[in-house]
Design a binder for this molecule. Structure first.
Ligand code: ARG
Length: 585
């Protein structure tokens, strides 16, 4: 139980003791204080209840102040129109920190009802290398998966790659025009990209070629042997290339159930939709129309054209008989519920696909998948310094691998300048770690819905809200133990806090469990990222204000425990962001 919960219980029993009836217990809350000058926690319960009781809120607060049994845990005061403020005693803070330090999982409370959560993330369209846009889904998805698993959910990570779409028609067409076998061996992804671009450029100007590409896709989808062989080869090569980047990013999947895995399910699915009256033919295609259960404004199957609401159906079979992205996604919901018993599916996908997911979720409900919570965890765009979506000089989206390499190069300069490491190999390893993880941390420290400017120099800097700053904080909190050698043994009883900076550090550290849980409330890793920065800042203030090695006896031991706890929270929290820590920098 967190301290806020504990105080809330005390408050509820005080209310009972005063004979005050609480109509809606959920409205009795104790939260972190908005302003630390007034206390550590606060409650507005007196203001909420006073009106119904016909009483003055400050008087009610005063009654509560007298009635609450604080157990010596905190001092109470009243502020403003009737806020009840709780200021924890130094003793209480020390106890909290001690039990966190003694707990193996740093006091993270597990969820009471674990759910089976499928996380659908990364999911690039293969046969093309990953570009910068893929970083968002990949990194946010990995972090959410780690956090959900940490609090006790059963997590299934699925990479729903686009391995069956139009791009394969194009690659196959260009392949047949002439694939460079040598290059395919050496740099497979670059050769595949070249093929894709060849077809894409050629078909832009030429309707006939566009048709030929489509025909190659249809042949593939009908099971043509030659095209299937080409497809297989492309797929294997692409996957190898992707694996390499995922390894570098420390991202792993439980499954790679790409679009092609659902091929056989599509025809029966559409038959079922038609038989159940959910889908019907329209202009030669099979479509799902609105269920007409909401006003058009909130109806994903309606679109406003020139001031008029028109149908905007979801197409599940095109007029050429082919199935599409939407059909596959419906089959995927079916599969995940049936085979994996999913209670929830989180789709970590660009906000531009919001319309698609709204239609998908609505249709799934109408098909009877009512017990599974389907969530679109959407995100915004990465911008260049000019404020426009990030592009290379040639106007393409930068390839993810190039971006990572550039980040490592930038990190290398910082390492050259600042690092105490001696050997070239150590420095190179550190630069790789800093470069890659700076890109990841930058991603995770922004609100997922906001666009952000991609600025390599800023993200690898040692000062600022950056990964290197956090990594350095970790190293600093450990360095003291290296100086001491193996011989320290620490006892929890020694933990005492009295200096302001000690209290503040403990206040931050003991919030860890709450902060981890909060990430899942609205799928926001940035809450954890910002929290870790606050921990790091609190640690540096403490470290500057309170001598550790130069202090003596219990004070020294107590401060060593604070260093140890800080390093553990930082390491554990960073691991949830999929960021490993170095031992030296
Ligand atoms: N491959 C898709 C794209 O690149 C993303 C797939 C997301 N997942 C899903 N189940 N639709 O746009």
């Amino acid at each position: 139980m967190t301290i806020a919960h504990h105080l809330r219980e005390k408050l509820l029993s005080a209310l009972t003791g005063l004979g005050v009836e609480v109509p809606v217990p959920d409205r009795v809350q104790v939260t972190k204080a908005a302003d630390l000058r007034f206390g550590d926690f606060q409650s507005n319960v007196a203001m909420i209840l006073a009106k119904g009781l016909g009483r003055n809120p400050r008087e009610l607060a005063a009654d509560l102040q007298a009635a609450i049994d604080t157990d010596g845990l905190c001092d109470l005061s009243i502020a403003g129109p009737g806020f009840l403020n709780f200021t924890l005693t130094d003793h209480a803070w020390a106890d909290l920190a001690r039990s966190q330090w003694e707990s193996e999982n740093l006091g993270i409370t597990p969820v009471t009802e674990p759910r089976t959560i499928v996380i659908d993330f990364s999911a690039p369209n293969v046969a093309k290398p990953m570009h910068i846009g893929h970083i968002r889904s990949t990194i946010i998805g990995e972090c959410l998966a780690r956090v959900a698993a940490k609090v006790g959910h059963r997590v299934i990570k699925d990479n729903h790659i686009g391995d069956w779409g139009t791009q394969f028609g194009m690659v196959t067409w260009a392949w047949k025009q002439g694939v460079d076998r040598n290059r395919l061996e050496g740099e497979p992804l670059q050769e595949l990209l070249r093929l894709y671009r060849t077809a894409s450029d050629a078909s832009k100007e030429n309707e006939e070629i566009r048709e030929e590409c489509r025909a190659e896709l249809v042949k593939l989808q009908q099971g043509d042997g030659e095209n299937l062989a080409i497809w297989n080869e492309c797929l294997e090569l692409s996957k190898k290339g992707l694996e390499k980047i995922y390894r570098r990013l420390d991202v792993r999947f439980d499954h790679w159930m790409g679009e092609s895995a659902y091929n056989d399910a599509l025809a029966p699915l559409v038959e079922r939709l038609e038989a159940e009256g959910l889908a019907r033919e329209s202009d030669g295609a099979v479509c799902i129309f609105s269920g007409e259960t909401d006003v058009p404004k909130n109806d994903p199957f309606k679109i406003n054209r020139d001031g008029e609401w028109q149908d905007y159906p979801m197409i599940v079979r095109k007029n050429d008989g082919g199935f599409n992205y939407a059909t596959t996604d419906l089959a995927t919901v079916e599969y995940r519920v049936r085979e994996w018993k999913a209670d929830e599916v989180w789709y970590v996908v660009d906000f531009r696909q919001g319309g698609h997911f709204a239609q998908l979720f609505d249709t799934s409900k109408r098909m009877g998948y009512r017990d599974v919570d389907l969530v679109h965890v959407s995100f915004g765009t990465i911008l260049g310094k000019d404020g426009k979506p990030l592009k290379t000089r040639a106007g393409d989206l930068p390839q993810l691998e190039d971006v990572l390499n550039d980040a490592v190069k930038a990190a290398r300069e910082v390492v050259e300048e600042k690092s105490h490491l001696e050997t070239l190999a150590e420095k190179a390893e550190l630069a790789e770690l800093i470069g890659v993880n700076s890109v990841k941390f930058t991603e995770l420290s922004h609100h997922r819905m906001s666009d952000y400017v991609f600025d390599l120099e800023k993200m690898v800097a040692l000062e600022g809200d950056t990964a290197p700053y956090l990594l350095y904080s970790y190293v600093r909190s450990r360095s003291i133990f290296r100086k001491l050698g193996e011989s320290v043994s620490l006892r929890g009883e020694s933990l005492k806090v009295s200096e302001n900076s000690e209290v503040h550090l403990v206040r931050m550290l003991t919030r860890y469990s709450d902060q981890v849980h909060q990430v899942l409330e609205d799928y926001r890793p940035n809450l954890l990222a910002t929290y870790l920065l606050e921990v790091a800042r609190a640690f540096h203030s403490f470290f500057e204000a309170c001598p550790v090695l130069k202090s003596e006896g219990e004070t020294r031991e107590s401060r060593l425990i604070l260093c140890d706890l800080t390093s553990r929270v930082l390491q554990d929290g960073l691991a949830l962001l999929a960021i490993p820590v170095p031992e030296r920098m």
